[in-house]
Design a protein around this ligand. Structure first.
Ligand code: SAM
Length: 257
């Protein structure tokens, strides 16, 4: 998978050199590059923003540098080796996905992460100030599949933090990035529920014992206990997730435990 990020703070994305995503980059499973939007400005002050038409507080990101940056990213993506090779490019006929982080976007979920993990080329456009001139999004629709994406119902100062979260959530689903793919199956949001609580040694810590069933070695009882805790925890913390589940599918999954 190829990932391009465009930002006025490229150093913000340095965290993507670390941990499993950094390792996946070294292994060639993810080809990630970060571009400084100011490189695509043409004036002496490297200006990327201007006052909003119609008035109001704050500044808006100018369209010109964005178009030049995105055209450059597209060109480099097209020149990348084909998807069969490490450091894949976009297969013919598939447009790259342009993710535009925005509190006014569709909420980024595990389902979206799964969907985007299947794609060959993702481009992230980090907004700042009051956001990017809307015409960039319209223009980009002719070249990309555009996905305005929100991390949640709150406002960040810029898209970089959202991109760190999204790239990590997507990148860990790319085959080979997580050593044991089983750990992607039994985790929160994989089946619409939250994960059960987890424990490690010692069995007794500060007068708090590990739940006895986990020491029983009885796989059936452990699975039942975990399932019950998943259901209870999800109902208590995220009733919206329980309401969104198909009751028949929930029953079937429950009987299978
Ligand atoms: N004026 C915008 C609005 O009210 O929708 C908010 C702009 S915000 C201060 C600046 C940038 O931060 C946005 O362009 C976006 O890139 C990013 N951002 C802020 N909140 C976000 C969120 N919840 N999810 C994703 N990106 C966000």
């Amino acid at each position: 998978m190829r990932i391009d990020v465009v930002s006025i703070f490229p150093e913000y994305l340095a965290a993507l050199d670390l941990s499993l995503i950094g390792k996946a980059r070294l292994q060639g499973l993810l080809e990630l590059s970060v571009e400084d939007l100011r490189r695509y400005t043409t004036d002496r002050h490297r200006t990327v923003d201007d006052t909003p038409y119609g008035g109001g507080a704050g500044m808006v990101m100018k369209p010109e540098p964005w178009a030049l940056a995105l055209e450059d990213v597209l060109e480099r993506g097209a020149a990348a080796p084909g998807p069969a090779a490490p450091g894949a490019g976009t297969p013919p006929g598939e447009r790259p996905v342009l993710v535009v982080p925005s509190p006014a976007g569709e909420v980024f979920t595990q389902a979206v992460a799964r969907e985007l993990a299947e794609r060959e080329h993702l481009v992230f456009a980090c907004g700042r100030y009051e956001g990017i001139d809307e015409r960039v999004v319209d223009w980009a629709r002719e070249r990309f599949e555009v996905r305005p994406m929100s991390l949640g119902d709150y406002v960040l100062n810029g898209g970089e933090v959202a991109v760190l979260a999204m790239v990590e959530a997507i990148g860990r689903l790319v085959p080979g990035v997580i050593g044991n793919p089983e750990s992607l199956v039994e985790e929160s949001h994989s089946d619409g529920l939250l994960e059960y609580p987890v424990y490690t040694k010692p069995a007794l810590w500060r007068d708090r014992p590990v739940p006895e069933v986990l020491l029983s070695g009885h796989h059936g009882r452990i699975a039942r206990w975990r399932r019950d805790l998943q259901l209870r925890r999800t109902a208590a913390r995220r009733p919206d997730l329980v309401a969104a589940l198909d009751p028949a599918a929930l029953d079937r999954a429950d009987r299978a435990v």
